[in-house]
Design a protein around this ligand. Structure first.
Ligand SMILES: Nc1ncnc2c1ncn2[C@@H]1O[C@H](COP(=O)(O)OP(=O)(O)O)[C@@H](O)[C@H]1O
Ligand SMILES: [Mg+2]
Length: 309
């Protein structure tokens, strides 16, 4: 189990920008924690504070009880990090990149080379082992960095948007690897791909405008939303006769009804009778994300804007 605890954690850049706004977080879990949020939400800022490359303005954070500010050195020995937009050194090869990183972490040369080979093989990029990093595609470069953390013995891994910019095949390959990796290590993963968090994460945190809006398993987030089911029909809701739930018009011409399981069943029966085409599913992470973000934006605007109902 890995525990991450943040108490009223805030980070202000300069005078205006409050990138983290009193974040309270309490995790004690295995597997993958995924922090989701749009660009500028504060994901990288929280990531950097926890991985000890950025000092918070106020508040505290610990990993397994160890303070990330006061005892950063101790944390650094336990974690391995791939920052957002990091690139491997252009004039080194993937094998040299991984080997040198491992030697810096304290492995001897032989062991470092052996582990480097193993990790590059696991990522399916052995054939590039001895090419220069600068000659590799963006996706392969990203994999080289992921190889460094996999090859390390760190049991806590930090990945900041590791799949941004990857093609769908490379992304799928990385997902498979992360699923394997999470069996033995804890992974703190940020992403703005909601389907990625839905697929990989054991717990999800939604960050918006520096505020942590909600944290939980997908199932818990559905419950917190209040309406765990979604019924979608094409066109107007006239025929549906919704008694409980929120009705939202989609851009695609569909009307989506967020509701309880019971009401979803009742609606389903009714729609079958009236021969209306519909789909009924548990709400997706995308639905949950929009719900929490819209709610937060509306609260900020003191409900002057259009209501989400
Ligand atoms: N070094 C910096 N100086 C000033 N503002 C920054 C800096 N880094 C990030 N910010 C601001 O802090 C907010 C959060 O940024 P960031 O943590 O990078 O978000 P995300 O990773 O979710 O896209 C944004 O408004 C961004 O413009
Ligand atoms: Mg970021």
């Amino acid at each position: 189990m890995t525990s991450i605890v943040c108490k009223k954690l805030s980070k202000r850049y300069g005078k205006e920008s409050l990138a983290l706004d009193k974040v309270d977080l309490s995790l004690n879990m295995r597997g993958i924690f995924s922090l989701i949020g749009r660009n500028g939400a504060g994901k990288t800022t929280l990531f950097r504070v926890l991985s000890t490359t950025l000092l918070p303005t106020s508040g505290s954070a610990t990993i397994d009880g160890v303070d990330v500010v006061k005892t950063a050195k101790e944390i650094r020995e336990r974690i391995a990090v791939v920052p957002q937009e990091a690139r491997p050194v252009a004039w080194m090869t993937p094998k040299e990149t991984v080997t040198s990183y491992l030697m810096w972490r304290g492995f001897n040369y032989g062991e470092a080379r052996r582990r480097a080979d193993e990790a590059l093989k696991l990522l399916g990029i052995s054939k590039f082992s001895n090419k220069l990093n600068q000659r590799l595609s963006g996706g392969t470069k990203r994999k080289v960095l992921v190889a460094t953390v996999i090859a390390s013995d760190a049991d806590i891994i930090f990945l900041d948007e590791p799949t941004t910019g990857l093609d769908p095949i490379s992304r799928g390959e990385l997902w498979d690897l992360l699923l394997k990796l999470k069996k033995t290590r804890f992974i703190f993963l940020t992403t703005h791909y909601l389907e990625e968090a839905e697929f990989l994460a054991d717990k999800i945190g939604i960050l918006e405008n520096g505020k942590l809006l909600s944290v939980g398993t997908l199932q818990e987030l559905r419950k917190k939303m209040g309406y765990p089911y979604s019924v979608k029909i094409l066109g107007k809701t006239g025929k549906a006769n919704v008694k409980r739930g929120r009705v939202v018009k989609g851009r695609d011409g569909y009307t989506q009804i967020f509701t309880t399981e019971e009401e979803a069943r009742r609606l389903g029966g009714h729609l079958i009778k009236t021969k209306t085409r519909f789909s009924s599913n548990p709400v997706s992470l995308e639905d949950i994300f929009y719900y929490f973000v819209k709610k937060s934006v509306n609260e900020e605007e003191r409900n002057d804007g259009p209501e989400y109902r």
